[in-house]
Design a binder for this molecule. Structure first.
Ligand SMILES: Nc1nc2c(ncn2[C@@H]2O[C@H](COP(=O)(O)OP(=O)(O)OP(=O)(O)O)[C@@H](O)[C@H]2O)c(=O)[nH]1
Length: 319
């Protein structure tokens, strides 16, 4: 095995995983050979339809959701699970493809894998975790990092904010890898807000900046806009019923608020979910994300040891 780093890119549907992979590939090319890494992108999502990156290898060459839906008459979710379990039974396919790209002792292979985002594949049917375990057994332990991509626009909606943060936390816990949350689509966020976002460290601070308003001491608007609030409006028929239903509603609302507050405290007090903003139109932002991911996996720390593999006098070309 050569020198290899693997980024596993996950995140909810449409969050920008494929775009992230594409942007990182372009960035790697723009950095040139001096940067001493060769970025390849592979697709491990059997349901992928379109992506713009040059694909190193593609799980759809082994099996695809479309084929399974046609041949086995399964729905899209069942087909996805079937595909991932099929991949698990045919891991030699993945091993061969990794070997093809990981056979150069002089070049650091930087492999970015576009993964399916469905959280069920990491929790209820932990197929992805088994794939990660297999990668560990092949010697990629300490060489993998998980990148969880979340759409920046979710933070302006408290319900989406909380569910996105919990998804990120869930992915982090289940994959048990160095983990970076990337906030995609920040080009859609106002510039003034972005400047402040760069200084943010915790999820709730970020929520404040991008549209939240937790100015009041009790947690204010994030509680009053609890995701459960709309479910708490029982029908009002007469004054007696109105009193009891109002009391019931208040009671439920207090409990929901306590729950929301506890979840927010978990995320905020322990700084368990931080986000790195990504603006795909800003090279500095892309570099910052890559540097953060590199730092998470300690990429580059042993690079100097391998410096002798490179000849800077010939423009960083590998000898
Ligand atoms: N403006 C903007 N649009 C983005 C960005 N990232 C993704 N998009 C758009 O969001 C949509 C979904 O992006 P993808 O990269 O396909 O997202 P994905 O997570 O790979 O999607 P699935 O694999 O289908 O789950 C596309 O229309 C992209 O053009 C971004 O950083 N900025």
């Amino acid at each position: 095995m050569g020198h290899c780093v693997i980024q596993l890119v996950t995140g909810p549907a449409g969050s920008g995983k494929s775009t992230y992979c594409h942007i990182m590939q372009e960035h790697g090319l723009a950095m040139g050979p001096k940067h001493r890494r060769r970025i390849h992108v592979a697709n491990l999502d059997p349901a992928a339809e379109h992506f713009r990156y040059d694909v190193a290898f593609d799980v759809r060459d082994l099996i695809s959701v479309d084929d399974v839906m046609d041949e086995l008459q399964l729905g899209p979710n069942g087909s996805l699970v079937y595909c991932m379990e099929y991949l698990l039974q045919n891991m030699d396919w993945l091993e061969e493809n990794l070997d093809n790209y990981d056979d150069d002792e002089c070049v650091i292979l930087y492999l970015i894998i576009d993964c399916p985002g469905q959280i069920e594949l990491y929790t209820h049917i932990p197929v992805m975790n088994k794939i990660i375990d297999q990668l560990r057994m092949w010697g990629y332990n300490h060489k993998m990092v998980s990148v969880f991509v979340v759409d920046a626009t979710f933070v302006t909606d408290p319900a989406k904010f909380i569910s996105g943060s919990l998804l990120a936390l869930s992915a982090m816990i289940s994959m048990q890898l160095p983990h970076v949350n990337v906030l995609s689509k920040c080009d859609l966020v106002e510039e003034a807000s972005m400047d402040r976002v760069l200084e943010m460290e915790s999820a709730l601070q970020l929520w404040d900046v991008l549209g939240g308003d937790r100015a009041s001491s009790d947690g204010g608007s994030i509680l009053s806009s609890s995701p459960f609030r709309n479910q708490l409006q029982p029908p009002i028929e007469n004054s007696t019923k109105q009193n009891s239903s109002t009391a019931r509603r208040n009671n439920r609302e207090r409990r929901w608020n306590r729950l929301t507050e506890a979840i927010c405290s978990l995320l905020d007090d322990y700084s368990m979910v931080g986000f790195i903003p990504l603006n795909i139109n800003d090279e500095d932002s892309i570099s910052h994300v890559l540097a953060t991911v590199d730092h998470a996996i300690q990429y580059g720390e042993d690079l100097e040891v391998r410096g002798a593999d490179y000849d800077d006098d010939v423009g960083g070309e590998v000898e």
